[in-house]
Structures are given as structure tokens and as C-alpha cells.
Design a protein around this ligand. Structure first.
Ligand code: NAD
Ligand code: WQD
Length: 349
């Protein structure tokens, strides 16, 4: 069985990807330092798939510990590198932590790959690299804009590091996946997004408001140049996103990638406004959400959504799930999680 190393595999997107990898027949080794996730996620993955992934609690900032993961698992065929700090606002306040965590981790993973002759890596990048795009929908050829946060900058730098690393190591193959806005949860409601503290992102804030943890949602701006005045994003179902990683891994291992360094946008190709997300949530949950419009949030772009033609045609992957069904999974996860309290207790049901 082919073994895939998944860094950040107990995190939000990582855990969904481990499920899809295992269901596609891959053997998975998860590495995570649990700085933004819980080890019980491994139980949840086992509950969903019937297979327990191997788990190593390792901080990828620790070079020796990272290299040891590779020597302990000589069967690793490819890496999916999710592990990173990801809060845009926080990165402005503690930039060095972000640079150190996100960049050192990638460097250590690449060193481990070189040491162990692992040739394939899938990297978690972001649509944040496009900033406020000049042309919509955004293709992979759109210019990279100056990052408006240290977090965004780490994604740009990491992409450059991998490109530079390939020059003297042309046998290394990279697929960089630029996610748009991942939302929702696994349909089992056993895994989902677990923001620590007050959520920054729209959908967790909506579900937490609906369940009564937050008083009301603040809509950041209704004076954008969009049909209803609120900002537009491309919300992609996390399981659809996870499936794209399996396709990318199969492409790398099957040596179907053409250039050795490929970049794909992962989105639905459709933009939805904040008001549309609210209305859709209200419709599918048959409830009304408390919200008020406030001023724009600093650093927000007006609208961004993906041109998915390259991912659809070249990668052979397409987002399938609708906004309706995706928001319902987010809601189901919120309800289940709050009812069960801790991730641990949920596995016992
Ligand atoms: P997440 O925080 O849920 O998962 C990241 C995981 O990495 C966490 O479990 C955390 O504990 C782990 N981690 C962080 N630093 C580590 C380190 N030094 N050593 C070991 N483990 C470490 O985040 P996510 O939403 O699943 O995001 C996964 C990746 O996708 C990240 O690289 C993120 O930047 C990228 N991304 C996320 C989004 C989004 O909206 N969620 C959008 C675009 C890109
Ligand atoms: C979506 C829309 C907000 C919260 C962020 C990162 C980006 C990428 C994805 C990692 C915006 C509005 C939000 C709220 C609101 N992550 N909103 N009230 O900002 O598009 O992208 O996550 O790479 O780098 O910046 O996502 O979910 O925060 O916001 O009105 O309480 O919802 O203004 O228009 P964003 P988001």
C-alpha cells in the first residue's frame, strides 16, 4: 500500500483529506504538533473509515524530529503539507512566529524528502496570493499581488522556495493547490472546523451565532461594488477540496504531471456574496440569523472567485457539492459538536 505523509493531518482540511486518502486505499502517516487541533480527531477518522492512521506528534519547526519522521517511515511515497499557522489577523501581530512556523516547517519537510528520496509534494496554498484580482474569475496565470499579511506572504515565499528547490533537485515534483474559501464538514459530522476562540471566518461565525454562542453576525460592508453590496467569495466544500488532494497525489505518483511544478486553483468557479450565504443558511436551516451590517474589514478584497478550467480539465477534478448542502454539513457539525462537547466523547457514540 502506498504511504502518504500528511502534515497538519489533524487540522480542518488535513483530517478530511486523511479520510479521503484512506478511503482511496492509501496508507497515511499523520504528523501534527496539535497547536491548532486535537489528537481525538484521529479517533474520529478511525470511526469514519474503520482505519486508524498512524499519528506522530511532531513540531515541524524541529528539524531533527522532522527528519526522523522520514527515517522512521522509509515507505513514504509522497507528502501533503498542510501544517501551517493560518490566521491572517494574528499574523500581523506575531509575524515572526508565522514566518518561522510556516517557512521552517516547509524547509524541514523538503530536507526530509531529499534525505529519504521522496519525490512528490502537494502544498496547501491560497487564493490570498492573488490579492484583489484585476480579472475575474481568477486563473492560475493571474499576477501574484503583494501580500497584505505576513500569513499571505508565507504562502508566496513557500511557493518560491519549492520552485527554487526544484532547480538543483529536478526529480522533485510539486503540486501547489490554491484554495479559495473552504467551508463545511464531513457528512458524518464526526470531523469539521474547530476554530479556537472567536472565529474570523464567515461560516463558523454564522453557525456559532445560530447556535447561540455569538450574539449576532457582523456583516463587514454592504457598500462594495457587487450586486447586493456585500463581498463575494468562492466557497468550496471541504470534502470536495479533500478529494482534489487524492487526485493530485495520484497524478504525482502516476507521473502524470507535466512540468514538475504545477499550480491549480481549487474553487467552485462561482462567487457568492455574504448576504447570499446568510440567506442560503437561513433557507436550509429554516431559521433566521441575527446579523447587522458594519463597516468593511481592513484588508478584505471586494470579490474573488476561481477560474476552475485548469483544475477541471488538467487535474480532472471538479467541485460537486452545492452551497446548500455544504452549509447544512457545517450546521450539522456545529450542532453535533456542541451537543457532544468534546471530540473525545463523540467517538464513543
Ligand atoms: P488548521 O489549523 O485546521 O490545520 C493546520 C494544522 O497544522 C493544525 O492541526 C496545526 O496543529 C498543525 N500545525 C501548525 N503548525 C505546525 C507545526 N509547526 N508542526 C506540526 N503541525 C503544525 O488549518 P486548515 O484550515 O486545515 O489549513 C490547512 C492548510 O491550508 C494551511 O496551510 C492553510 O494555510 C491552508 N489554507 C487554508 C484555508 C482555509 O480557509 N482554511 C485557505 C487557504 C489555504
Ligand atoms: C469571507 C467573507 C468577510 C466574517 C480568509 C483568508 C484567506 C483564506 C481564506 C487562508 C468576507 C465576510 C467574515 C464575519 C463577515 N485563508 N465576513 N463577517 O477573508 O475571504 O479569506 O480565509 O489562506 O487567506 O483571508 O474569508 O471567511 O474571513 O470572509 O462579513 O464575521 O465574509 O468580510 O467578505 P476571507 P472569511
Amino acid at each position: 500500500m502506498k504511504t502518504i505523509l500528511v502534515t497538519g493531518g489533524t487540522g480542518y482540511i488535513g483530517s478530511h483529506t486523511v479520510v479521503e486518502l484512506q478511503e482511496a486505499g492509501f496508507n497515511v502517516v499523520v504528523v501534527d504538533n496539535l497547536s491548532n487541533s486535537h489528537v481525538e480527531v484521529i479517533d474520529q477518522i478511525e470511526a469514519i473509515t474503520g482505519t486508524r492512521p498512524e499519528f506522530e506528534k511532531v513540531d515541524l519547526r524541529d528539524r531533527e524530529a522532522t527528519l526522523e519522521v522520514f527515517t522512521r517511515h522509509p515507505d513514504i511515497r509522497a507528502v501533503i503539507h498542510f501544517a501551517a499557522l493560518k490566521a491572517v489577523g494574528e499574523s500581523v501581530n506575531i509575524p515572526l512566529d508565522y514566518y518561522k512556523n510556516n517557512i521552517d516547517s516547509l524547509i524541514h519537510v523538503l530536507e526530509g524528502m531529499k534525505l529519504s528520496q521522496v519525490h512528490h509534494i502537494v502544498f496547501s496554498s491560497s487564493c490570498t496570493v492573488y490579492g484583489e484580482p484585476d480579472v475575474l474569475p481568477v486563473t492560475e496565470h493571474a499576477p501574484i499581488k503583494k501580500a497584505n499579511s505576513p500569513y499571505g506572504n508565507t504562502k508566496q515565499i513557500c511557493e518560491e522556495i519549492m520552485a527554487d528547490f526544484r532547480i538543483p533537485n529536478p526529480d522533485i515534483n510539486v503540486i501547489s493547490l490554491r484554495y479559495f474559501n473552504p467551508i463545511g464538514a464531513h457528512e458524518s459530522a464526526l470531523i469539521g472546523e474547530l476554530p479556537i476562540g472567536i472565529p474570523n471566518n464567515l461560516v463558523p461565525f454564522i453557525t456559532q451565532t445560530a447556535i447561540g454562542i455569538r450574539d449576532e453576525l457582523k456583516v463587514f460592508g454592504d457598500d462594495y461594488n457587487t450586486p447586493d453590496g456585500s463581498a463575494i467569495r468562492d466557497y468550496i466544500n471541504v470534502v470536495d477540496l479533500a478529494r482534489a488532494h487524492v487526485v493530485a497525489i495520484e497524478r504525482l505518483i502516476g507521473k502524470k504531471n507535466k512540468s514538475g511544478y504545477e499550480i491549480f486553483n481549487l474553487g467552485t468557479g462561482k462567487g457568492n456574496s455574504v448576504f447570499e450565504v446568510i440567506k442560503t443558511f437561513e433557507k436550509v436551516t429554516k431559521s433566521s440569523l441575527k446579523y447587522k451590517v458594519v463597516g468593511r474589514r481592513e484588508g478584505d478584497v471586494e470579490q474573488v472567485f476561481a477560474d476552475t478550467a485548469f483544475a477541471n480539465e488538467e487535474l480532472g477534478w471538479k467541485a460537486e457539492k452545492s452551497l446548500e448542502e455544504t452549509l447544512l454539513t457545517a450546521w450539522k457539525w456545529e450542532q453535533y459538536y456542541r451537543a457532544e462537547n468534546t471530540p473525545k466523547s463523540r467517538t464513543k457514540k
